[in-house]
Design a protein around this ligand. Structure first.
Ligand code: BTN
Length: 270
């Protein structure tokens, strides 16, 4: 499948005077994993802002060591960034990217929300996901690769949705093609990281919470029912637990790390 570099370049406004990220584009037909190719290019001296795009992946990587199925028709991209965050704050890169991408897509009329911690959701179904990988030295992140997969016109599993069909059902066309979607995602990552860097995690987190679809959801942790009330600056899910100590109902707050519980999807696609 053809990917039109010129359409992408003009949608990205590469001639911007003071970009937060200086994108350099590497476009491939097929790769094992765009994240892996960015790491390889960084080893060969590539700079932050190095972007790898593939029209398909044969060994796409998902969260928690899962595979990310990557047939043609989907968006698969990764970008290298420099970071001076402490490793304990590494999830901030994912929160910033998720918010940045979701808010860019919303400006195109697509009602995307965020499912904690790293999923982009549309109508309760998974539209895409983010995988951030880091290199750490003495407790600090020195390099990071942010990888994004979004369902454009590829087939999706039961809990997924693709953007092209959704737009067709809505009779809307905020995003015209894969190249425009790619530009929105890259500019979204850039704006999320810029917000984190210039305005700090408290402001970024308040934006992220505005788009979080899980607030108020009820989940069980160790057989106790909790209600989602927010996310910590480290990316943990904040829950208010109802504990019955047989005399009175005490409400305590706990937080759980990404990967320890799964929130599920509210809908399955038809
Ligand atoms: C998730 O599990 O939700 C995150 C999936 C991230 C997949 C993307 S596709 C482009 C980039 N390259 C990879 O190998 N993975 C990420």
């Amino acid at each position: 499948m053809e990917f039109d570099r010129q359409i992408l370049e003009s949608s990205l406004h590469l001639e911007r005077k003071h970009p937060y990220l200086r994108f350099s584009l590497h476009i491939f037909d097929s790769l094992p994993s765009t994240n892996q190719t960015v790491w390889d290019l960084l080893k060969q001296g590539a700079e932050p802002g190095c972007v790898v795009i593939a029209t398909q992946q044969t060994a796409g990587r998902g969260q928690w060591g899962r595979q990310w199925l990557s047939p043609t028709g989907g968006l698969y991209l990764s970008v290298a960034i420099a970071s001076q965050l402490e490793v304990t704050n590494s999830y901030q890169l994912t929160l910033a990217s998720a918010w940045g991408i979701a808010s860019k897509l919303r400006k195109c009329g697509i009602s995307v929300g965020i499912k904690w911690p790293n999923d982009l959701v549309l109508e309760g179904c998974k539209l895409g996901g983010i995988l951030t990988e880091t290199k750490v030295h003495k407790g600090e992140i020195t390099q990071a690769v942010i990888g994004v997969g979004i369902n454009w016109r590829n087939a999706v599993p039961e809990t997924g949705i693709n953007l092209k069909s959704w737009q067709a059902n809505q009779n809307s066309q905020g995003i015209f093609g894969l190249e425009m979607l790619t530009a929105a995602v890259l500019l979204g990552i850039e704006s999320g990281l810029e917000c984190l860097h210039h305005e700090g995690i408290s402001i970024l987190l308040s934006h992220y919470l505005d788009l979080l679809t899980n607030l108020g959801d009820q989940v069980y942790v160790n057989n106790l029912l909790g209600t989602v009330i927010g996310v910590t600056p480290q990316g943990n899910l904040r829950l208010k637990m109802a504990e019955d100590d047989s005399k009175e109902l005490i409400k305590t707050e706990i937080s759980v790390e990404p990967g320890t519980i799964s929130l599920g999807y509210s809908k399955t696609s038809v």
